[in-house]
Design a protein around this ligand. Structure first.
Ligand SMILES: N[C@@H](CCC(=O)N[C@@H](CS)C(=O)NCC(=O)O)C(=O)O
Length: 227
């Protein structure tokens, strides 16, 4: 049994976007796991990992922190299970994609949903989360609501290449879903779990793709507490 530490919000919402990558990777590999929700401010709960962020997994005696390292661990420790990367070249391309999503898509999504996230974190995390996000964004969270339309337009410009790609193929990874799909999906699942606002139009190819990901593994990502 593998254990996954992740963020828990109000109403048992599991809202750590990086932990959604680990969740989907574990399902893709067909591995059984249990989850331990933690508050973002509760660094004691994950001190055993040697770091201050989730996701963290414990697989047997091996503790791994950081979503990319977790994906690599699962691929290497469970080679008989379906591949997350499809070989060495796929691993390299997926790592490059991971970097683009983290540096372009995540920062573009954050101002769109940050005020909604703050409203739904565990009450004990209220001040911690506000302080962290206001430091990153250099503005009060309330101001992001007034700027939401512009933030949404900026997000649209950032994800346009993926809209074009998903018109040509059903999955980020081509004919079948794999880890690069889960990397991008995690950003939209973060929004889905914590914000009542729809960020994708019904005609957007990303919308149909997101539905396909939500259907994977018996609706695993669909059937969770959301905003
Ligand atoms: N590069 C890390 C990022 C992890 C990360 O930033 N996790 C967030 C939750 S989604 C966190 O634990 N933040 C707490 C903090 O920064 O204090 C990964 O991919 O796992």
């Amino acid at each position: 049994m593998i254990t996954l530490w992740e963020l828990g919000g109000q109403g048992d919402r599991r809202y750590s976007l990086f932990s959604w990558r680990a969740r989907m990777a574990l399902k893709h590999k067909g591995l059984a796991f249990e989850t331990r929700p933690v508050r973002m401010s509760d660094k004691e709960a994950i001190a055993f990992s040697g770091g201050k962020t989730v996701p963290v997994i414990k697989d047997g005696e091996t503790v791994t922190r950081d979503s990319w390292k977790i994906a690599e661990h699962l691929e290497d420790a469970h080679p008989q299970a379906p591949s997350l990367f499809g070989g060495a070249i796929g691993r390299g391309v997926t790592q490059a994609f991971n970097t683009w999503v983290d540096r372009a898509v995540v920062p573009a999504m954050l101002p769109v949903i940050v005020a909604d996230i703050h409203q739904r974190v565990d009450a004990g995390d209220d001040a911690f989360v506000r302080g962290m996000f206001e430091k990153i964004l250099k503005k009060p969270l309330e101001q992001t609501r007034a700027e939401r339309d512009e933030s949404l337009r900026r997000l649209g410009r950032v994800i346009e290449p993926m809209q074009a790609a998903l018109k040509r193929q059903p999955w980020v990874c081509g004919r079948e879903p794999a880890y690069a799909d889960y990397i991008l999906f995690s950003v939209f699942q973060w929004a889905r779990v914590m914000s009542p606002q729809e960020v994708l139009g019904p005609e957007d190819p990303l919308c149909a793709w997101r539905e396909r990901v939500l259907d994977l593994f018996g609706g695993f990502a669909r059937n969770v507490p959301t905003a």
